[in-house]
Design a protein around this ligand. Structure first.
Ligand code: PHE
Length: 445
């Protein structure tokens, strides 16, 4: 009896760690602060929190249930439910989105690795100088992408999961320490106010679109990563509490990252709306003023690089699972081909941070620079669009009743009312809200 309970716990914890590993990454510590900064601060944070609860958690439960039910990759999962027709395009969209996100995600993760070295060697160049040097930028990009491919290839995921158990709490503790330091800096109050005291007049259609996109990105939703991870969960896992745990820890880490960045940013008199370079400009400022800042900095960037790795493997895994199952490629061939594709797609993003003026100054959809544009199109728009079609697919085509049966497996009757709320959210609230939010993209055009 004791044995059995322990092993159930073990598997449930393993799954929560893997899913949190996918969710917690650069999205929380790099993307969340810079998107908050670009969208006016606290009002954005509030909309973000609402998006996580009302849309994010229901879609997360939906993806996990489809994965656990079909035990397949996203394309296969959809085909299992509806063998013919256009629905499977949603699966292909997920595969493509994953590879495109991986392309620039690996670049930013490469910056993180570069910053481990930079902090350690006390190199004083600023972020602009650091990334304008293509040799080191491409070097770190290739190193990170290579690491991602190695993990996906070798299937050392379990090792990484076990490490996450130690590393994620460490990331939490180090963030806590950084918060305490940042909020006591002179001039920090302005940052706390910007971050926590909402100015509702700043909420526009564009803010809501950015917040919803960020919720999808941060929770790894809308491209099938959580369908794929769901396909590995044992039947007896409580999907509702697992999804909630993953979403809450992911959100906590993001909110904490903001509490480090904004006080320090305002204390240093920098602009919050500076785009993807934001945290790479602010963090070294903090470490340089802090006692034992070098050690803390090196340690922090190492943890961030590992958090990025546990996310990037899920971006690649979706495509690899599809190529292995559906195209019957070997795992090695699939990993090499998709990793290479991510590298090629990443080249213009890598050149868009100052090295090539064409890619750096490209302007589209209110974004400047290739990386920022691709991040908006795939990291926000494609994931949100994927979430729209997915909620229609699961709520209506597969049907929320069948999905509810899957979710209810092994749960007691007390969960029935929760399932009712979930069905309502996934059938009505998610599709309608996402649809109207997406319309705002035309406002930006
Ligand atoms: N959620 C990851 C992060 O926040 C990124 C990611 C997006 C991973 C989509 C998988 C799928 O860093």
């Amino acid at each position: 009896m004791i044995e059995e309970q322990r092993s159930q716990w073990g598997s449930k914890l393993g799954f929560i760690l893997a899913a949190s590993g996918s969710a917690i990454g650069l999205g929380n510590i790099w993307r969340f602060p810079y998107t908050t900064g670009e969208n006016g601060g606290a009002a954005f944070v509030l909309v973000y929190l609402i998006c996580v609860v009302v849309i994010g958690i229901p879609v997360l439960i939906a993806e996990l249930s489809l994965g656990r039910h079909t035990q397949r990759n996203p394309v296969g999962a959809i085909k299992t439910i509806v063998p013919k027709g256009a629905w499977k395009i949603l699966g292909y969209l997920g595969v493509i989105t994953g590879i495109v996100i991986l392309s620039y995600y690996s670049i930013v993760a490469g910056w993180t690795i570069g910053y481990i070295v930079k902090t350690f060697t006390h190199t004083t160049s600023d972020f602009g100088q650091f990334i304008a040097d293509p040799k080191s930028e491409f070097g770190y990009f290739i190193v990170f992408l290579g690491l991602t491919m190695l993990v996906v290839l070798g299937g050392v995921k379990e090792g990484i999961e076990r490490w996450s158990k130690i590393l994620m709490p460490l990331l939490f503790l180090i963030l806590l320490g950084l918060i305490l330091f940042a909020i006591t800096l002179p001039g920090a109050e302005a940052g706390i106010k910007f971050y926590l005291s909402p100015d509702f007049s700043k909420i526009t259609g564009k803010t809501i679109l950015a917040a919803l996109g960020q919720a999808f990105f941060s929770l790894s939703l809308g491209m099938g990563a959580m369908i794929t991870y769901g396909s590995y969960i044992p039947k007896n896992t409580n999907l509702i509490t697992s999804a909630t745990t993953v979403a809450l820890s992911d959100t906590l880490i993001a909110i904490m990252a903001g509490l480090v960045i904004f006080p320090a940013l305002f204390a240093a008199g920098m602009s919050p709306a500076q785009g993807p370079g934001l945290v790479f400009n602010v963090l070294p400022q903090i470490f340089s003023q802090m006692p034992a800042g070098t050690i803390v900095g090196v340690f922090f960037f190492i943890l961030l690089a590992i958090a990025a790795l546990t996310s990037s493997i899920s971006l690649l895994e979706v495509g690899v699972a599809w190529a292995v199952d559906e195209l019957k490629l070997t795992r090695t061939k699939a990993t090499l081909a998709l990793g290479f594709a991510a590298f090629i797609i990443g080249i213009p993003s890598a050149m868009s941070q100052g090295y090539s003026s064409f890619f750096s100054n490209l302007h589209l959809l209110g974004k400047t620079g290739f990386l920022d544009i691709v991040d908006f199109l795939f990291g926000s728009f494609a994931l949100t669009f994927g979430g729209l079609i997915l909620s229609i697919f699961i709520g209506w085509k597969w049907g929320s009743a069948k999905a509810s049966d899957e979710i209810m497996y092994g749960l007691d009757k007390n969960y029935k009312p929760v399932l009712k709320i979930w069905s309502f959210l996934i059938r009505f609230v998610c599709p309608v809200v996402i649809f109207f939010v997406l319309l705002n993209i035309f406002e930006i055009f």
